[in-house]
Design a protein around this ligand. Structure first.
Ligand code: UP5
Ligand code: MG
Length: 258
């Protein structure tokens, strides 16, 4: 059976023709399109087959964070969590956690895709993100309870056009894209340095070169798609972490004021 069919079956996503749209008036995930049985991803009874977003962008702010491997996405997201009370969801981190979850039937597949710098089939990643957003809304950080509106940084996603459409249409319409730009030379240097201690299986030269290629061929079209819709805030990521963050703050202040 082709890998995508196997994934759809495992996630109980092979009933798309019978699903009905979810209500969008609440930030709570809809259960009206719940799959018939629990999934192996240990997620609540939501489905990504609905055509109305599970979370309303009027209530929930989603910023995508894109940029090449090692550009500093995670580093800058951590700053924004502290100062702006975002919840930071790294698609790569969610996939790595799923990869080592003992009962996961996707572990071996995810490991292979990450090592090869390829994009894991979107059904898996979108489902993990939808679940993580739902979880955060159910157990919000203190700052949200104190009045900060729910806001998410979706880091390293979407990296492919199908993911972009699926997320915007079925999870939550994104508001803007923070796009970090940098030379491959600098990114390679940062990743090789990090690779000395990170333990990441893709922090080696062979995988890094493959990741660069995937980024240019598959992920840059996503950036250009959103750029064409005036939603991209490009931030040059060369310079110190502090210098980059100063530019990030200007962009985020502008986005949140909209
Ligand atoms: N550093 C950061 N900023 C610096 C600065 N200004 N000056 C000097 N050093 C700086 O930073 C990397 C290193 O650089 C760190 O040591 C940092 O201190 C230093 P980091 O913030 O970690 O960079 P980041 O952009 O987050 O790098 P990362 O390696 O996480 O990026 P990737 O996009 O490659 O990794 P991700 O985890 O998102 O994805 C990994 C893989 O998962 C993908 O290749 C793919 O196979 C898979 N994936 C999917 O299949 N689908 C998805 O939707 C997402 C991922
Ligand atoms: Mg990262």
């Amino acid at each position: 059976m082709p890998v995508i069919e196997t994934i759809k079956k495992a996630l109980h996503l092979d009933h798309s023709s019978t699903s009905t749209p979810a209500a969008s008036s609440s930030t709570a995930p809809s259960s009206s399109t719940a799959p018939a049985a629990a999934t192996d991803l240990a997620v609540p009874a939501t489905s990504i087959t609905h055509e109305t977003p599970a979370f309303d962008s009027k209530d929930v702010t989603v910023l995508f964070v894109l940029g090449g491997p090692g550009v500093g996405k995670g580093t800058q997201c951590a700053n924004l969590v502290n100062d702006y009370h975002f919840v930071h969801l790294s698609a790569g981190d969610l996939l790595r956690a799923e990869q080592i979850r003992p009962d996961s039937e996707f572990g071996a597949m995810i490991k292979d895709y990450i090592k090869e710098g390829k994009i894991v089939p979107m059904e898996v990643t979108v489902k993990l993100l939808e679940t993580a957003i739902g979880d955060a809304l159910k157990s919000p950080p203190a700052a949200w309870a104190a009045g900060t509106s729910p806001r998410f940084l979706i880091d390293g996603f979407p990296r492919k056009m199908d993911q972009a459409h699926k997320f915007d249409d079925s999870v939550c319409a994104s508001k803007a894209v923070l796009f970090f730009s940098c030379t491959e030379e600098v990114m390679l240097e940062r990743l090789m340095e990090r690779g000395k201690t990170s333990g990441r299986e893709d922090d080696n030269k062979e995988s890094i070169i493959k990741r660069f290629r995937t980024f240019i061929e598959t992920s840059m079209p996503v950036v250009e798609y959103y750029r064409g819709r005036n939603r991209v805030y490009e931030i040059p990521a060369i310079g110190s972490k502090e210098d980059v963050y100063a530019k990030v703050r200007v962009a985020v202040d502008e986005i949140l004021a909209k």
